[in-house]
Design a protein around this ligand. Structure first.
Ligand SMILES: NC(=O)c1ccc[n+]([C@@H]2O[C@H](COP(=O)([O-])OP(=O)(O)OC[C@H]3O[C@@H](n4cnc5c(N)ncnc54)[C@H](OP(=O)(O)O)[C@@H]3O)[C@@H](O)[C@H]2O)c1
Length: 187
């Protein structure tokens, strides 16, 4: 798979994805704060693993994203983890698609804690472009995870709510960060 991947955000999520993808032999680079334009322009995929509040800033610096895939990992979590700042008939994923209308936004890697990204976890993803989703599914698999197609980008509102439930269970209910949601078909 010859995909060039630029990762904006080299924190927990960005570093973990890079580690898995580099182990799988993929071409991955971090944009840092000052190489966003250069690396986004040279890449097929831009990963947004920055705080939600920084997403618009990154996009404004990324240049022409026409036809590129944006993997949106963000969750618009309120301070003190009291809930989501974008709710109802909208989501961070949908806002990012509106901010970058010529790119193909795929929401992914937001429904589990960073330490659980890897073999055994389900990777729920949603987006509007079938080819972009197929490519992101291969990146989910390259991280050792099972790709689960969760529908159009409109369903980002559900994936973000799912993430909020994960955060609530992990932190407020004291379950800890070592669990994931897994889709289980009845046999
Ligand atoms: N942590 C999780 O388990 C988890 C799980 C699912 C989804 N998420 C979501 O994934 C995103 C990243 O989470 P994280 O835990 O990886 O965060 P993090 O460890 O705090 O890392 C955030 C990264 O974003 C960079 N950044 C911040 N503002 C920026 C800007 N304006 N331009 C460029 N880079 C910027 C930071 O750079 P500096 O070091 O220079 O500040 C840092 O490298 C968040 O939206 C979060 O809600 C997190």
């Amino acid at each position: 798979m010859s995909m060039k991947i630029a990762i904006a955000g080299s924190g927990n999520i960005g570093k973990t994805l890079a580690r898995h993808w580099q182990a799988a032999g993929l071409d991955v680079q971090f944009t840092g704060r000052d190489r966003i334009l250069e690396l986004a322009s040279a890449s097929d995929v831009l990963v947004l693993s920055v705080p939600w509040e920084a997403a618009a800033d990154v996009l404004s610096k990324a240049g022409d994203l026409t036809g590129k895939i944006i993997i949106d990992c963000t969750n618009p979590v309120l301070p003190a983890l009291e809930g989501l700042s974008v709710t109802g008939h909208d989501s961070a994923g949908e806002q990012i698609q509106r901010l970058a209308p010529n790119a193909h936004v795929v929401k992914c890697f937001n429904t589990l804690g960073w330490a659980m990204i890897g073999p055994g976890a389900d990777g729920f993803y949603c987006g509007d472009d079938a080819e972009a989703k197929q490519k992101v599914a291969t990146l989910v698999a390259a991280a050792g995870m099972r790709p689960i197609d969760a529908g159009p980008i409109r369903n980002a509102r559900y994936l973000e709510a799912m993430a909020m439930l994960w955060i609530d269970l992990a932190i407020k209910r004291g379950r800890g960060a070592t669990f994931t949601f897994r889709l289980q078909d009845a046999s």
